[in-house]
Design a protein around this ligand. Structure first.
Ligand code: ADE
Ligand code: ZN
Length: 349
């Protein structure tokens, strides 16, 4: 349809995509085959002996927007997501993973992106920083040359890992800091509030990194976590919040977000595990109508039925009743709030 062509063709910036969340079962199969490694969908599950077998098992874990989803489905997602890391062993694996993302994003006219990576999920298996960052770097440089898509990485700490591990990884990443624009926080949020990571985020701010954290949807204590991100952590708050949909339920958080000119990275498909179709549209719409700078992103494409930024923009349009003008505002929000150099931003407007 003509409108879909409009969404496809506008220049885009993507600010919330976990590179490990773009790891498809096809890639998991390919990498484990060439590395002569075993393949499972879940760490406590059976070994997979064919591509078809893991494809079928994966399909059963996809979010289904026609039913009410819940925390159990989230747990299944996390288990499959972290088991996926096992497939990544060589520099070529990391290069192929990142290159696949850049190819897909470029095909949807993404011109600049800030993908997340979770170093702790790699170093904990004995993968060396040079293997991981080397593969990412090679793909990043090739993508800029060949696909006209620029990027800067956001290094995320796993919030359910010890705080000391975050600090160790922060220090170990400094030799690669020319690749990294920002620091984030992801993984399971329960009883892991932002203030636990105060020290490493304050250090990162002083070192010149941009800061963001996940405040997932409808988790225990999410509004309090949002409040900490807005006004407490890192000497007065972060630069962005990832998700933060619960801001829509609290006028005081809306007011604070507006006062701080806070940007949110929204990933509509991701919330269909936690919310219903009917609730989701009005909540995103409320943030937009309040004047908060929201952006539309994909989160974990391989775990969301192959939904990329394009499909998330289409979902936002349908769920929220956005017109083309609104879509353009959302796309421009992402250009304005990204952490690229001003000269790069200007070329995208
Ligand atoms: N890591 C990868 N995907 C995530 C998500 N949706 N929420 C929290 N952490 C994540
Ligand atoms: Zn995320």
């Amino acid at each position: 349809a003509a409108n879909d062509k409009f969404i496809l063709e506008i220049p885009k910036v993507e600010l919330h995509v976990h590179i490990e969340g773009t790891l498809t079962v096809d890639m998991r199969w390919k990498f484990t085959q060439r590395n002569s490694a075993k393949l499972k969908l879940f760490s406590n599950g059976p070994e997979m002996h064919s591509l078809e077998e893991i494809q079928a098992a994966m399909q059963a874990t996809m979010p289904d927007p026609t039913r009410m989803n819940n925390n159990e489905e989230r747990d299944i997602f996390f288990e499959s997501y972290f088991e996926g890391f096992q497939a990544l062993q060589t520099k070529e694996d990391y290069y192929d993973l990142a290159m696949n993302y850049f190819e897909q994003a470029a095909s949807m006219n993404v011109r600049y992106c800030e993908p997340f990576f979770d170093p702790q999920g790699h170093t904990s298996r004995g993968v060396h920083w040079d293997v991981m960052m080397g593969g990412f770097k090679e793909a990043q440089m090739e993508a800029e040359e060949r696909l006209n898509i620029k990027s800067g990485w956001i290094m995320c700490f796993l919030r359910d890992s010890p705080v000391e591990s975050a600090m160790e990884h922060y220090k170990a990443a400094l030799p690669y800091r020319d690749m990294i624009v920002g620091i984030g926080l992801d993984s399971c949020e329960e009883d892991r509030p932002p203030v636990l990571f105060e020290e490493v985020f304050t250090l990162a701010r002083r070192d010149g990194f941009k800061l963001t954290m996940h405040c997932d949807v409808d988790q225990k204590d999410t509004p309090e976590h949002i409040r900490q991100c807005l006004s407490v952590v890192a000497e007065g708050g972060l630069d962005r919040i990832d998700h933060g949909l619960n801001i829509s339920d609290h006028q005081n958080l809306i007011d604070l977000a507006l006062k701080r000119d806070l940007a949110l990275t929204i990933c509509p498909w991701s919330y269909l595990r936690m919310t219903t179709y009917a609730q989701l549209g009005p909540r995103i719409r409320a943030l937009y109508d309040a004047g908060i700078k929201i952006t539309i992103n994909s989160d974990d494409t391989a775990f969301m039925d192959d939904c990329w930024i394009l499909h998330n923009m289409l979902a936002a349009k349908r769920l929220c009743g956005f017109n083309d003008g609104d879509i353009l505002v959302l796309a421009r929000n992402a250009i304005n709030v990204c952490w690229a150099l001003q000269s790069v931003k200007e070329k995208m407007h």
